[in-house]
Design a protein around this ligand. Sequence first.
Ligand code: C5P
Length: 130
Amino acid sequence: MHVMAGLLRDADGRVLLAQRPPGKHLAGMWEFPGGKREPGETPLAALARELREELGVTLQHAEPLVALPWNYGGHELLLDAWRVEAWIGEPRPLEGQALQWQLPALVDMAILTPADRPILQTLIEACSAA
Ligand code: C5P
């Protein structure tokens, strides 16, 4: 499955994390907002839809960061992470999920869903190279 993830940064450079709601796979863990691409959708359209559904924001501009495969024991996914450079609206937790903004270097890797850990590492390296 192809899963989109959006990395939104605020003016202080903090990145937005969402907590997976109870009852879902990896409930309680934190991830970059996103979700599954539907058949026929482009990656960017899927990312825009997920951000609208989960956070109520309108995607204006995003750039691909990295796409990494992950295998959750028989359940394989490609986690396709994009830097969301511009959006309209204030992110709101429309699906009952908690949200937090955190500096990438201060995020405790242990709270993240495993597939998102190498994505965060890539973001940290990209920020320090910039
Ligand atoms: O959110 P949803 O359940 O549709 O996500 C599909 C799969 O992608 C789940 O296994 C979820 O853990 C994974 N995922 C992830 N990191 C994200 C978004 C989703 O590992 N940022």
